[in-house]
Design a binder for this molecule. Sequence first.
Ligand code: PEP
Ligand code: MG
Length: 608
Amino acid sequence: MNAAAPSPAPLTGERVLQGVGVSSGIAIGFAEFVGQVLEEPELSSISKEGVESEYARLSVALEVTKAQILELQKLLGDDGSAPSHSTIFESHALLLEDPMVIDEVKRKTAEELKCIDWVYYQTIRGYIDQLRKVDDAYLRERAVDLEDVAARLLKNLRAGDKAGADTTPIQRAWAGETVLLGHDLSPSDTAGIDRSRVRGFATEVGSATSHTAILARSLNLPAVVALHELPQDSYTGAPVIIDGYEGRVILNPTQSTLRAYAKRAAVEEKRLEKLSDLKTAETRTKDGDRVLLSANLEFATEIATLKELNADGVGLFRTEFLFLCDGDSRSEECQYKTYRTIAEGAGDHGVIIRTLDIGGDKLLPELRLDPEPNPFLGWRGIRLTLDEHELFRSQLRAILRASAHGKVRVMFPFISTLEELQAAKACFARAQEELVAEGVPFDKKVEIGAMIEIPSSVFIADHLAKEVDFFSIGTNDLIQYTTAVDRVNDRVAHLYQPMHPAVIEMIRTTVDAAHRNGIWCGICGEAAADLEMAPLWVGLGVDELSVGLGQLLKLRAALAALSGEPCRKLVEDLRQKAGKAEEVRQLCLQVAQGAYPDLLISGAADRK
Ligand code: PEP
Ligand code: MG
């Protein structure tokens, strides 16, 4: 966005919000609010005489809401760049005025003598719940629209007379460059972001290791989460800066703030340019020891960048996003084509394809009609695929078929028992037998790996190691299960400590068990890219680090500055001296700062 284009909004002035930066970079664009939150209003009783005034409140709120929706439709449709968004708002207007709903709400208000906000909420909630249960994906998606419209209306009901003044969108020339603001974005919302116009996003909730944040880094979209409260409609269409380095969001910035940020963005760009000399280099420590540095991929389209950065193949291909993005890409044939594209582009080191890890914060609505009380402790990863035979079978067949076109390894997520790993291997062997019987070519020596991301698997690592060719440590989950801290809950985010001594000990135990049993061990969680932790990975003798493409060059530069000796000493010191995460951090920092001080000065988002 041209820094000089927008003029400051006279209504509100500049407003700075502090959150947590989870994907570095600076984005400047115009605000678009997504996903209004539908909250249950307070229940209050009314008298018979009060019914008419409740009806009047509803009709004012309906009018204001409709005006807002039309305004948004105009803003988004004006430049012709986003017709689909303008159609969304057209359907929102229709949902808002649905006479069946309005009649039902009015009738119930008169019968039950409850405030109209509460009756409206209960009525709409009922429709949303019904829509969520239907088989048809299109109708299920309408639940989101209905929720959006209802949340907007309820807000206007609450605001009463002030609604119109409070929520008039600021008129802006719509330049097409957008930043998304909202309560939350699901991983599938994030995967579906229109990259041609969206420059970044910020949300009220969220955390650094949620899959939404991981995707933001993959997509190179600056992102800030955990803002707690975003002012809503009054900033629709206003210019916004997302500072992913410092975790800041600046609404309606002044010209001088815009200039300062344009400068900052230029400095960062220069810093990245310096790293580009490393694009063709191999990854080695200062002693010349080779470290495999591969990439975590969520989309096949990232393959070109992987080659550009000379990554050692794909250390983790998260197949969930094929399933979350669109129903068609789940067929065996489509999966095969995607895996084949990646296998062909991944080079000699090949690709590690992780079987479906649905569950936790990645939900596939048709597989889970009722929400689980503890989704991260529930029906997830290998537990789900071992139950869903056909789903697993088609994925394993697709992976095997792709192995005829490049080096492919398969990896099973969320292993907590030896039985699960053996059962998964048996399914894999059956898929192999099928393909042999059908005469379909595949690599008979596809290596099998287990993700180590649950404490129980760490303690049986010697047994698991005898079943597989490699381990890959999923620190994102290992941290949450070791410390009992939900990785997507920002209220306990301060307790989510990658450097907790117990986590380091888990990693050491796993690496040692792998080596004792003659297999290799990598790390593919976000901690692999943490520049403060890089000395630990060298000291522990981790064989492979797999990181997001955006973090790869910085890590290569850091590793090139590290020698084995101080890193091994660090690991020994930690065991004796560090009982707290902060003590681990200080000891790691001493080594890191001695080796690559310049790389450590970016904001917190780079350390994730
Ligand atoms: C992990 O848990 O560290 C990991 C790499 O997998 P995911 O983030 O997809 O759970
Ligand atoms: Mg995981």
